[in-house]
Write a protein that binds this ligand. Structure first.
Ligand code: SF4
Length: 444
């Protein structure tokens, strides 16, 4: 009888944004295919990988402390991710880590694991589920279409850490999407640093796909994804004119009527200092046009308040923009100086108490808008994707307007016993608060 050898165990700590989560998933998929197993605890692992985030100074601190915890709980630690691009900072605090690799250096991380704990090859147990291993629930998955970024927003160090835009060939993206859909994924979340810039670096290279040629272009990729019979949600889109092109796909129900566009500010002066596209009137015009084309459109955005040089007048422009644009979902950050970001050299640092005051006023205005937009949904029947059922007739899920983890939820009652995670049902909205909806199931 064949003796099955015990698989070496790897612990994985994944910090940071959904993009980092996809990196962790790829590393895990690779290790799993080589016969490694995973340990939910540091103590039970032979080695621990910490996938770090280096976006803000607070994230760096969190990363350093996660490395410290892993060293204490296990002692054998490999560091990867955004903070790995600045190894000195890690070595200074934690000189005993085994290896440090930068973002997307999957091969290097996997090689470091091989050195720390050699793989035990066993064809009887080395099985990779066809869709790879994912850390997200089964019914939704992040689809990363590119790495890096060609923009140079002054508050951001991602281009320094991750380099310029590198798009994946479109057939790779579509193949991965199809595999995920075949594996039961019902919702794909398209992510990258700048989704609308997809393909620019590879000159929109064509690839064969299902007997046709598809270009590595924002519209073409969305059109092909729209044929997969799953929800497709677009994140991190810049407000470029060619974004208009995908609105007809939304109107036709091919991709979700949802756009996550980080506007960051509305004052032309602040946007210029941020090195972001700055024509607010054009943006408002475009938002209006989009809503005419797709009345169901949900707009999510993020903003920074208290950017260096932001005056009360700039801030008022931002509040006016919010009132005018009537965005559905909004996140805000108080500006935080990031080591290495060009914005640190801009004069006019905003005092902390002013930042806080502006943040509070910003959130107050937006909360009223979001709440009113949710209230308007009461009495309507919406499609809801089920995230979790409680087995007692209750469940929570999300409408097409809600991305997982960052937007609100829909709490459901009268859920039939056969409804499962990932099902899409019809529900009548009965109530709403500032973030969430409450609904009763009316059909499957
Ligand atoms: S678009 Fe701007 S904020 Fe986003 S990753 Fe690129 S440089 Fe950073």
């Amino acid at each position: 009888m064949k003796q099955v050898k015990t698989a070496p165990k790897v612990g994985m700590v994944s910090l940071g944004c959904p993009k980092a989560l996809v990196d962790s998933e790829r590393i895990m998929t690779q290790l799993r295919s080589e016969g490694y197993d995973f340990s939910p605890t540091h103590e039970g692992a032979d080695v621990v990988i910490v996938n770090t985030c280096g976006f803000l100074d607070s994230a760096k601190e969190e990363s350093l402390s996660a490395i410290g915890d892993a060293l204490q709980g296990n002692g054998r630690v490999i560091v990867t991710g955004c903070m790995g691009a600045e190894p000195e900072q890690i070595e200074k605090v934690h000189p005993s880590v085994l290896a440090i690799t930068g973002p997307q250096q999957y091969e290097d991380v996997v090689n470091a694991v091989h050195r720390a704990v050699p793989p035990v090859h066993d064809p009887y147990v080395d099985l990779v589920p066809d869709q790879g291993l994912r850390l997200t629930p089964r019914h939704y998955a992040y689809l990363k279409i590119s790495e890096g970024c060609n923009n140079r927003c002054t508050f951001c160090i991602i281009p320094k850490l991750r380099g310029d835009l590198v798009s994946r060939p479109v057939h790779h993206v579509l193949f991965e999407a199809e595999k995920l859909a075949l594996a039961g994924v019902k919702e794909l979340l398209v992510i990258s640093q700048d989704t609308s810039a997809y393909g620019i670096d590879i000159k929109y290279a064509e690839s064969p796909w299902k007997g046709k040629r598809v270009r590595a272009k924002f519209y073409d990729m969305c059109e092909a994804l729209g044929e997969m019979g799953v929800w497709v949600r677009l994140h991190y889109v810049y407000p470029y004119p060619h974004v208009d092109d995908v609105l007809p796909l939304m109107a036709a129900g091919k991709i979700l009527p949802y756009l996550d566009i980080p506007f960051q500010h509305a004052s032309p002066k602040v946007l210029k200092a941020m090195k972001r596209p700055g024509n607010v009137d054009k943006v408002l015009e475009r938002v209006k046009k989009w809503r005419e084309m797709v009345p169901e459109l949900t707009l999510r955005s993020t903003f920074i308040v208290g950017f260096p040089g932001e005056t009360e007048e700039d801030f008022e422009i931002l509040l006016d923009f919010l009132r005018e644009a009537q965005l559905d979902r909004v996140g805000a950050f108080k500006y935080e100086a990031v080591q290495g970001a060009p914005a640190n050299d801009i004069d006019g640092a905003v005092p902390e108490e002013v930042k806080q005051d502006r943040y509070d006023r910003f959130m107050e205005v937006q909360q009223e808008i979001s709440a009113a937009r949710l209230q308007a949904k009461i009495g309507r029947t919406l499609k809801i994707i089920i995230d979790e059922v409680d087995g007692e007739g209750g469940a929570d899920g999300r409408s097409m307007a809600d991305a997982p983890e960052i937007d609100g939820k829909v709490y459901l009652r009268d859920v039939p016993a056969d409804v499962q995670q990932g099902d899409i049902i019809d529900a009548l909205v009965e109530d709403a608060d500032e973030y969430d909806l409450y609904a009763v199931v009316v059909g499957k």
